[in-house]
Design a binder for this molecule. Structure first.
Ligand code: CAA
Length: 380
């Protein structure tokens, strides 16, 4: 067993860290304050070559594995969790299903520009009455000649409004067919009948875009079906298996960023005549934070390794997400505590990190749903 990154991975981490610190971190607080998504940062990520890390070069990818991808999301999230989730949703939720289930034509038309970072991707599964119960989807896609006609609403869609390409899960069969009556589609932004509803005002990840998708007699070509009719629920579940590793990497990055900030602060902040890092109460907090982060990192990289090596990874990604999400919440809360009153103000980044951490326990399946997935796997 080898627990160390190789030279290529170390260089890659440095490259993404430099980019994150120079191009992403300086505007993170302002974008959060203004709740502003910045498409320019995404285009810059495209130039850096990180918008299609795991895909073949033929399709605009970097031909690297999921460990590189996890490192990229972690490093971006270390300074700005909103930028981390932008890349994660783009890669795992939109590009991956096209890479995995798309035809060569679909890959050339949609995956290539996504991987090159010329176009942004999003994924629509959640609906007002189908959150944790993803199979309860009400959005319909009715076959009509050489088209499907989409009707319904999707909510809480990351990257929406700015994204050019959307993977949409919709019901093609009668309710009685259950999860087998659901299909997946590729939908282009400017399709007539496809519009955007309200922009969500969120507690955290405020500079990521979150909108409703509205489909009103939206006609899409039948060739935009992804995979086979009736396979959409399984495709959706498989998308989330991989996506959860991305969110786990995001949570890991948030925790790492907050930990480093609190560590530096504890060394500088003098109370009772000495740096607070010399107080046992603070030292123990830092020790716990460092331990939790190390454990989370092992789980995240393990899940990424398994996906890269075709080892079934659904349980591993759920475990990584549960643990890393809880770690992000615990570590950021302690970071605020170490900074005390200063930590509670917007002058310091740890309050943003704490707000950002919360969503990692909720989206891409709540941590309760992750436990359902883990329990199903171990009790099968
Ligand atoms: N891979 C392949 N197939 C799978 C699968 C997987 N991971 N999970 C389930 N399936 C298959 C099952 O084998 C079953 O197939 P058969 O009927 O042929 O046996 C079928 O799908 C139905 O499975 P279940 O009966 O287990 O399905 P369920 O209705 O009980 O739901 C669930 C299971 C795990 C609770 C699922 O609904 C779930 O994951 N819910 C959470 C949804 C979620 O994560 N939403 C996130 C939204 S996206 C997001 O948040 C992105 C963002 O903002 C950034």
């Amino acid at each position: 067993m080898n627990f160390e990154l190789n030279d290529e991975q170390i260089m890659f981490r440095k490259m993404v860290r430099d980019f994150a610190e120079n191009e992403v971190a300086p505007s993170a607080a302002t974008r959060d304050e203004e709740e502003r998504f910045d498409m320019e940062i995404f285009y810059q990520m495209g130039e850096l070559g990180i918008c299609g890390i795991p895909w073949d070069e033929e399709y605009g990818g970097a031909g690297a594995d999921y460990i590189f991808y996890a490192i990229a999301v972690e490093e971006l999230s270390r300074v700005c969790a909103s930028t981390g989730v932008t890349l994660s949703a783009h890669t795992s939720l939109c590009s991956w299903p096209i890479y995995r289930f798309g035809t060569h034509e679909q890959k050339m038309k949609y995956l290539k520009p996504l991987a090159e970072g010329i176009q942004l991707g999003a994924f629509g599964i959640t609906e007002p009455s189908a959150g944790s119960d993803a199979g309860g989807t009400k959005c319909t896609a009715k076959k009509d000649g050489n088209s499907y006609i989409l009707n319904g609403t999707k909510i809480f869609i990351t990257n929406a409004f700015y994204a050019d390409t959307y993977i949409v899960i919709a019901r093609t069969g009668p309710k009685e067919l259950g999860s087998k009556g659901i299909s997946a589609f590729i939908v282009e932004k400017d399709t007539p009948g496809f519009s955007f509803g309200k922009k969500e005002k969120k507690m955290g990840i405020k500079s990521s875009a979150t909108y409703e998708l509205v489909f009103e007699d939206c006609r899409i070509p039948a060739e935009n079906l992804l995979g086979k009719e009736g396979e959409g629920f399984k495709i959706g579940m498989m998308i989330l298996d991989g996506g959860r590793t991305g969110i786990a990497a995001q949570a890991l990055g948030i925790a790492q960023g907050a930990y480093e900030y609190a560590l530096d602060y504890a060394r500088q902040r003098v109370q009772f005549g000495k740096p607070i890092s010399e107080l046992q109460s603070v030292r123990f907090k830092l020790a716990d934070m460092a331990t939790q982060i190390e454990a989370a990192r092992l789980l995240v990289y393990q899940a990424a390794y398994m996906e890269s090596n075709d080892i079934p990874y659904g349980k591993a990604s759920a475990m990584a997400k549960v643990f890393a999400g809880d770690t992000a919440m615990a570590v950021t809360t302690e970071a605020v505590q170490i900074l005390g009153g200063y930590g509670y103000t917007r002058e310091y980044p740890v309050e943003r990190m704490m707000r950002d951490a919360k969503i990692t326990q909720i989206y891409e399946g709540t941590n309760e749903i992750q436990r359902v997935v883990i329990a199903n796997s171990i009790l099968r």
